[in-house]
Design a protein around this ligand. Sequence first.
Ligand code: SAM
Ligand code: TMP
Ligand code: ZN
Length: 409
Amino acid sequence: MPATTHCRICGGTVREFIDFGRQPLSDAFVDPDRGGEQEFFYRLATGVCQSCRMVQLMEEVPRERMFHESYPYLSSGSSYMRAHFEGVAKHFLTTELTGEDPFIVELGCNDGVMLKAVADAGVRHLGVEPSGGVADLAAEKGIRVRKDFFEQATAADVKRTEGPADVIYAANTLCHIPYMDSILNGVTELLKPGGVFVFEDPYLGDIVDLTSFDQIYDEHFFLFAAQSVQAMAERHGLELVDVERIGVHGGEVRYTLARQGARTPSAAVAELLAEEEARDLAGLATLERFADNVRKIRDDLVSLLTRLRAEGKRVAAYGATAKSATVTNFCGLGPELVPFVCDTTPAKQNRLSPGTHIPVRAPEAFSSPYPDYALLFAWNHADEIMAKEQAFKEAGGRWILYVPEVRIV
Ligand code: SAM
Ligand code: TMP
Ligand code: ZN
């Protein structure tokens, strides 16, 4: 019998389709002096709800273990993402935020990458961000931040003190939050009658197409699709009124929810729903095929790295992403096969990657000297990184990619 659990959206039966085994927290970089004695492990496995079709983790990690004072991820670490979020801010400033004294609330504003442009425009805003270190960075940019988890009680308090919001926005944050009832109760309480709740997160359709199994880790509790988001919205008197596929982070969808009947759904909603139905996106057969493809990538990647080591090639990894925790721990990649990984994030440097303890070095380590092969863990930033690291290619270096399949470029 396959393992089951109860759906965090509707209470239905969730059937497991892939088990990655024991995994550490993806953003818990280890202090080498403490040898990882305090690493926390949980079972990373994913299933699909047989009622509402939401794809979700089988086990939840307590939120305070993931999002705290020293949460290391910095949204401003990519120039492409900075430009993306400036575009998002500009879009809201010229559409939803043009009325009398408009107000926007962002969940998971991180270091303020999106709200900075809103603050600069003098528009009333509030970031709700539980991770203290990154919230401080946003505050230093002149952004109003509340250090808190967004949930129903937070939303009620924000409404009491600041009034209702025209826009509630969340990027790469909603899919991190298992307690969705509390979130959507909060959203419906805080949102103006004609307001919108907009969120963008990795899209199940792209994850299946690319076999990007590294989108599955502790922080990514849900893998959304239009079908499951629509079902989730309806439970709270909300309606999916727009979807837009966006190219960032390996393929995401930006969903727009409004109160039922408040806005006319765009044609894109019906189109994406029909596409998901036609390809049986959340069907067990589709997801079990995905799981087979994941195991093939694991086997191919381990063979390639083992062969390169036998040939005496020098290998390094690029980008100590949260995603890579799933790759390194599922494939068993430690410093014997991947001697180090370089990363621009100060809080990750001079630490060890979670679980398999690959040393994380500053970007300068990459070029001194260049390795023969670079395993691109930050493959979602490939254009930006390959453009920046042209000298590596010119020096004869080759990139190793592993989605949608293992290959050298
Ligand atoms: N929005 C940024 C982006 O797209 O780059 C940051 C994304 S980061 C991967 C996820 C953020 O969500 C973290 O900064 C985390 O602290 C925050 N977060 C987690 N749970 C939250 C909650 N309940 N309410 C608000 N923010 C939350
Ligand atoms: P993300 O895929 O979750 O956005 O994480 C990207 C990681 O890669 C983050 O730790 C920063 C790092 N990074 C670099 O080291 N160099 C770069 O040029 C970029 C874009 C990211
Ligand atoms: Zn369900």
